[in-house]
Write a protein that binds this ligand. Structure first.
Ligand code: SAM
Length: 263
């Protein structure tokens, strides 16, 4: 198949990266070693895959669109496995178990229509990822790294920041893709968070966060009516906060402390 004849499917988020410098900068942003295992989601025509192969890492690529086979089959080798499947349906644990590796990374120029489901799948599969480098829509990148008191700070921010330290590395203009998407993009780095603030009961922690953000305009007192408000108030006071504050003003560490004290 000729590269130029490929009909990009908008419904699959097929905006292929054509800017060589950006591709180089993605691969440079992480210190890959030969004995690492990298999962790439959506290799497309293999632009990023080829760059990853220069690091001689073990690579598993998940691509839903079999029309990319003529491009990807050329890249398949002893260290590169291509799996044609919907990433949201695969059993990642099973796929990686035959590999022996040092660090596990996910590196991808994501299909934007399923950014959050992909990240949630990775976290929920408990595969112990050391880091991720993800190209996402710029606005989404801002939400991932949002700080308390900003409009983008929400329960998703807390969920992701609980597992990872998140840094936006650089913006990528729409013109770097073929075809150019309607939105600008950004590359975001996720680094596994060390257990600085261990949560005693994760289920309880996530429920508390979700309840606190239940009605964004309401304060904690009104969103957390089913909780021991006296206990909550006494923890909040230690941080110069109170039940009058809204969830968007509460840093993740305070939520962790609250959940642990309520447990
Ligand atoms: N990595 C290539 C690049 O940088 O040029 C392509 C990136 S493109 C933004 C997203 C890719 O994800 C497309 O190749 C698309 O077919 C693939 N894709 C879309 N949905 C997918 C899914 N559910 N599972 C696996 N791949 C998917």
């Amino acid at each position: 198949m000729d590269v130029d004849n490929f009909k990009h499917k908008k419904s699959l988020g097929q905006n292929f990266l054509k800017d060589n410098t950006i591709l180089d900068n993605i691969v440079k942003a992480i210190d890959l070693k030969e004995n690492d295992l990298v999962l790439e989601i959506g290799p497309g025509q293999g632009a990023l895959t080829k760059k990853l192969q220069t690091k001689n890492v073990n690579l598993i690529c998940y691509e839903i669109d079999e029309r990319t086979k003529p491009y990807l089959e050329k890249l398949s080798n002893a260290k590169t496995e291509i799996i044609y499947a919907d990433f949201l349906k695969v059993d990642i644990k099973k796929d990686i178990e035959k590999y022996q590796y040092h660090n596990l990374y996910v590196i991808a120029n994501l299909p934007y229509y399923i950014t959050t489901p992909i990240i949630k799948k990775i976290i929920d599969s408990k595969i112990d990822v050391d880091g991720m480098l993800l190209m996402v829509q710029k606005e989404v990148a801002d939400r991932f790294g949002a700080k308390p008191k900003s409009k983008d700070y929400g329960s998703l921010t807390i969920y992701l920041n609980y597992y990872f330290n998140i840094t936006k590395l650089f913006n990528v203009p729409a013109s770097c893709f073929d075809p150019a998407p309607k939105v600008d993009s950004a590359v975001v780095k996720f680094q596994k968070r060390k257990e600085e603030f261990p949560v005693i009961n994760e289920e309880m922690f996530f429920k508390l966060v979700q309840d606190a953000f239940k009605q964004k305009r309401k304060n904690l007192k009104n969103n957390l009516t089913n909780y021991d408000l006296k206990k909550i108030e006494s923890v909040l006071t230690n941080y110069n906060l109170s039940l009058q504050n809204r969830a968007e003003e509460i840093p993740i560490e305070v939520f962790i402390d609250l959940a642990n004290k309520l447990n």
